[in-house]
Design a binder for this molecule. Structure first.
Ligand code: ADP
Length: 390
């Protein structure tokens, strides 16, 4: 097996690419183009990747091609490309080779994730054109949650709607998988216990794990459900959505824009979706936004702990979970009733261990690494194909 493995995460406002060695082990280089569709995009590179030129002003799809072509000149032979795909529906519960049949099945899922899935699939189309000989692999954010019991996946809607795919899929699965994989390094045998992982970034969700498998999660059919987020409302009275449309005359698109892009930390503070900006602000509305974010997180921990029948560990990850000592302290405040006992100075030091020595429930802050999960899965499929060809 020769050639590098490329990991591609083509999102709505950013494009992240990472290059891994042929063994899939070590990341050699990474590049991110952010701010797509918001004026001038910016490029950042990590590792031994030479600086990239200023990105041209192009539509997102063309920018994807621009970045991939540039990288193809630099990375030499590419054996496989692993793609992050937000929605795998009910059937994609493991990484798959993206052949024509898989792509057609994924096209059918676009209505379930209209803001993300088209960008992901465009990334696949662009990569196929640039590296026609490379294996294309899809890794799904929903797949980790396919282990949820049937009941946890059900909405209280008529049965035929459930059968028609209106179910709680859950997201951030690649992040949860990474945490599940490293958990024994930090917790030993307790990793198999009742663990809540809080992935708190611009998008935010929590996952209840038992035996390092998902048994419940806060996101539902879409990535709008559950916790309050950077610009998303999280769970909201469904009657309120009807009210917006029926009584306030909003179009479905306007209601969608409100709930996805103008709510959350941004909407409540009226200042920013970026927690760092709110933490630096003296405005009472910034304070209220942070307090509500924490309250919603506490409610979710209580709910997931009830599903788990208790709590053996709490793990924070994502940009906020890993970096914001202040938000972790807010969330843990008053949660002693469930065994959560944060050590304030360990918390300020950033972890990974955050709990008091005498605490019953370990609390950790861990970095997530969705790209390495995709690189390993892509390599495994590549190795299996090589083995089959023998
Ligand atoms: P995404 O979901 O887009 O991957 P991230 O996981 O990078 O987002 O999280 C972005 C969020 O993390 C932003 O709200 C940002 O303010 C917050 N964040 C990052 N670093 C810090 C920090 N040092 N302190 C507080 N918040 C932080």
């Amino acid at each position: 097996m020769t050639g590098a493995v490329l990991v591609l995460n083509a999102g709505s406002s950013s494009l992240k690419v990472a290059v891994y060695g042929a063994d899939g082990g070590k990341r050699r280089a990474a590049a991110t183009v952010s701010g797509l569709g918001q004026g001038r995009p910016q490029v950042a590179v990590k590792g031994d990747c030479a600086p990239l030129p200023e990105p041209p002003r192009l539509p997102v799809t063309d920018l994807t091609v621009w970045l991939l072509e540039l990288l193809s000149l630099r990375t030499g032979s590419i054996a496989a490309v692993g793609h992050r795909i937000v929605h795998g529906g009910r059937h994609f519960d493991t990484p798959v080779v993206l052949d024509d049949a898989a792509m057609a099945a994924l096209e059918d899922l676009v209505p379930l994730a209209p803001l993300h899935e088209p960008h992901n699939l465009n990334g696949v189309i662009a990569a196929r054109e640039i590296w026609p000989g490379a294996m294309q692999v899809g890794c799904f954010d929903t797949a980790f949650h396919r282990t949820q019991p049937e009941l946890a996946q059900r909405f209280a809607l008529p049965r035929e709607m459930h059968d028609d795919g209106l179910v709680r899929y859950g997201f951030h699965g690649l992040s949860y998988q990474h945490i599940a994989e490293v958990l024994p390094d930090h917790l030993g045998a307790a990793a198999k216990g009742r663990v809540i992982v809080a992935h708190l970034g611009n998008g935010a969700s929590m996952c209840a794990m038992r035996n390092r498998r998902s048994i419940a999660t806060t996101m539902g059919m879409t990535a709008l459900d559950g916790l309050m987020m950077g610009t998303r409302s999280g769970a909201i009275d469904p009657g309120l959505v009807l009210h917006l449309i029926e009584a306030r005359g909003m179009s479905p698109a306007e209601a969608g824009d409100l709930l996805y892009h103008r709510s959350g930390l941004l909407g409540v503070s009226g200042i920013s979706a970026d927690l760092r900006v709110l933490e630096a602000s003296a405005d009472p509305a910034a304070e209220e936004a942070q307090a509500l974010f924490a309250l919603r997180a506490q409610q979710a921990i209580g709910g997931l702990a009830a599903v788990l029948g208790g709590l053996d560990a709490l793990v924070f990850t994502g940009g906020i979970g890993q970096n914001s000592a202040a938000m972790r302290a807010r969330i843990c405040d008053g949660m002693n009733w469930i065994g959560i006992d944060l050590d304030q100075s360990l918390n300020r030091a950033g972890g990974p261990v955050l709990h008091r020595q005498t605490a019953r429930v370990p609390i950790l802050a861990l970095p997530t690494d969705e790209e390495s999960v995709i690189a390993r899965a892509t390599n495994a499929l590549l190795a299996a194909r090589t083995e089959n060809a023998r």
